[in-house]
Design a protein around this ligand. Structure first.
Ligand code: MLT
Ligand code: ZN
Length: 489
């Protein structure tokens, strides 16, 4: 984009034309309406926006993008604003257009025969879950932010969540995609084809591109038949090495039935219990680590699931893998177990300053990696506490480093956060892992990706970005690091 600074008067023609494209409901500059969408979910990034556009159709998105090209206005696409890396927050210039997809929330078709749903980008994940359930189907991907996360955002960030172990990330759920590209053209790839070798798979390029290559407007997603039964188990155990052994044991005993396997340290459980009034620990015994396991069965195996869950826990106890365990007695208790797991992040946020890392290493190395990295962080940064929780079965944990008691929110992250994160990412890189397992790069990890990313990979990302968005109009300053010669020293 050109570097000329336009006055707000220069942008008046743009805003008038945008309003004509979108109608009165489709554009707002009201600070009160804009405000909640200008800060990211974590409360780390605060931006300004020229206006918030809320188109009602892909055609309106396309027309708006063409207008932005003509007026050199950058666009920041946004879904539920529940991202973890500031990827949907505009910069502080006040010249970027916030493009909310939330009005586009129609579920077009749910096809029980082909097990597919086609819906607009603004559909909230929980609404999709409920719509599928009404047809005796299910959409398998789920995560803590399901009440606000939208399908478009989940696709743009290739979201993961708690069911990846069995069903894969968002990438594995997307069968077809519709998106508006940076020149305002509409890519219509909604119809899924099982085989299609006509060249580059644009859909795969757009998934996980954080709105930097195109704006996802609709998708066709895979569905599964509704489950016949589920059991949610909770176990207390001594170490992460045992947790990994337990996972192998679960896979050997229950194979495909193992749908979720999440680790929770004692510290996080205590924080959540304090955070949620009236919540209760599943076990009445203390343990350094807890594991939440979800088993599911299709209708034909539903009757045997309780027996399988009991056998699994009995043999794990007998083998010394776990020290205590329970099975949720009913759906309400199962939900209560999951709520404990899904509230870790919010509980910790309420507790005080922390820096978060969403990292992966090879699955089999994760227990030793966590032991090593938490000890090294606490030794190198005295007074901090490092905790790891999450998706052990995916080789992905959320490693949060909590500030020493009394540290000031914001201030501490600014001074201490950066060296701590650099230290953690150096360790991850040493172990051949990823500095972003599921939350993406956004603006939060841009400089660390530039510092540690493979130069060939980064160079290719820049080439692709330049080819598809030569004016740098789509979500600039996110995901794709500038070339070293463009960065300020
Ligand atoms: C989770 O797994 O709970 C989220 O991805 C991590 C978070 O909320 O920090
Ligand atoms: Zn996660």
């Amino acid at each position: 984009m050109s570097q000329t600074v336009e006055t707000s008067r220069d942008l008046a023609p743009f805003l008038n034309k945008a309003e004509r494209i979108l109608g009165p409901r489709g554009l707002t500059r009201d600070p009160d309406l804009l405000d909640p969408w200008l800060t990211d979910w974590r409360g780390v990034y605060k931006g300004e926006a020229l206006a918030m556009a809320s188109p009602a159709s892909a055609e309106e998105v396309a027309a708006l993008v063409r207008l932005c090209v003509d007026h050199d206005v950058a666009i920041v696409p946004q879904g539920g604003n529940s991202g973890m890396c500031g990827g949907a927050t505009p910069d502080s210039s006040g010249r970027q257009l916030l493009l909310s997809l939330r009005r586009m929330d129609t579920i077009h078709t749910i096809d029980a025969e082909s097990l597919q749903v086609t819906c607009e980008a603004g559909v909230v994940l929980q609404n999709l879950h409920e719509a599928a359930e009404r047809e005796s189907l299910r959409f398998p991907l789920t995560l803590g932010g399901k009440g606000s996360a939208t399908i478009g955002g989940l696709i743009s960030t290739n979201a993961g969540g708690t069911q990846v172990l069995r069903h894969g990330t968002m990438r594995a759920q997307v069968l077809g995609l519709q998106a508006v590209l940076a020149d305002g053209s509409l890519f219509n790839g909604l119809t899924p084809l099982k085989k299609d070798n006509r060249g580059f798979d644009l859909k795969q390029l757009l998934i996980g591109s954080e709105g930097t290559l195109g704006i996802v407007t609709a998708a066709t997603l895979r569905l599964l038949p509704a489950i016949g039964a589920r059991r949610v188990l909770w176990a207390g155990l001594a170490s992460l090495q045992r947790a990994r052994a337990l996972l192998l044991h679960c896979e050997a005993t229950a194979a495909e039935a193992v749908e979720g396997f999440e680790i929770i340290p004692a510290y996080s459980l205590a924080a959540v219990l304090k955070h949620i009034p009236g919540s209760r620990a599943p076990l009445d015994t203390e343990h350094p680590w807890h594991v939440l396991i979800e088993l599911v069965a299709d209708p034909s195996g539903a009757d045997q699931l309780q027996d399988l869950a009991e056998r699994l826990l009995a043999s794990a106890l007998e083998n010394g893998l776990i020290d205590n365990a329970t099975i949720a007695a009913n759906d309400a208790q199962a939900e209560a177990f999951w709520l404990l797991r899904e509230s870790i992040s919010a509980a910790e946020r309420a507790r005080g300053p922390a820096v978060q890392h969403d990292i992966s290493v090879a699955v089999e190395k994760m227990p030793d990696f966590v032991d090593m990295v938490t000890a090294r962080v606490e030794e190198r940064f005295p007074g901090t506490r490092a905790i790891a929780y999450g998706h052990l079965g995916d080789g992905n944990v959320h490693l949060h480093v909590l500030a020493p008691p009394g540290s000031l929110w914001g201030e501490w992250q600014k001074t201490e956060g950066k060296p701590i994160s650099a230290f953690v990412y150096d360790c991850v890189t040493e172990w051949g892992g990823s500095i972003s397992a599921e939350h993406g790069i956004g603006q939060a990890k841009l400089s660390e990706l530039a510092r540690l990313g493979d130069p060939v990979r980064l160079g290719t990302m820049r080439t692709v970005k330049k080819a598809l968005d030569p004016l740098n109009i789509l979500n600039p300053g996110k995901l794709v690091p500038l070339a070293p010669e463009q960065s300020t020293p």
